[in-house]
Design a protein around this ligand. Sequence first.
Ligand SMILES: [Cu+2]
Length: 193
Amino acid sequence: MKRIVLLAVLSTIALSLCAHAGSISGKVSGVAGESVVYVEAIAGKTFPAPTQEPVMDQKGLMFQPHILAVQQGTTVQFLNSDSVAHNVFWISVGGNKKLGHNLGTWPKGEKRPFKFDNPGAVPLLCNVHPEMSGYVVVSPTAYFATSDKSGDYKIENVPDGSYTVTAWHEGAKNQSKPVTVSGDTKADFTLSK
Ligand SMILES: [Cu+2]
């Protein structure tokens, strides 16, 4: 008997969790290639810093991946996989030039960490190879996604509620719009340079 009650309680909890976990999906158009879509900061809500440390590699004289989306508070490991020395620097974070930083220059096989505590796009450059460019896009919330090359994206596990959602694309102006999530919710963006 006790067991049945416990099961009933557990399944009720599971159902209520499911009922409030929606998603935001749609298409980013007007631009070609990957975009990043993220939910802007939510009043009164904070997110624990992720423990995973994603790697931004420098390989074949390129930043790989070209675009790395992370949650605010994430430590990114910058790796050099080439046999030449590479540098990593950025002149701004989210357009704020006070947040420019130079991580230095280091040889093959070494990596250096950096914790991104401010949201926004970080345009990565290498002062040894001016043709190299990449991006870390720092989302203020845990709710973000990188689109596929055709612009389709899906942000999973977003609780029902009202948010501001921003779409970012290399070289384009950000677009932000209010989105009310109720279960699986659609939001499309059209960006321009
Ligand atoms: Cu380089």
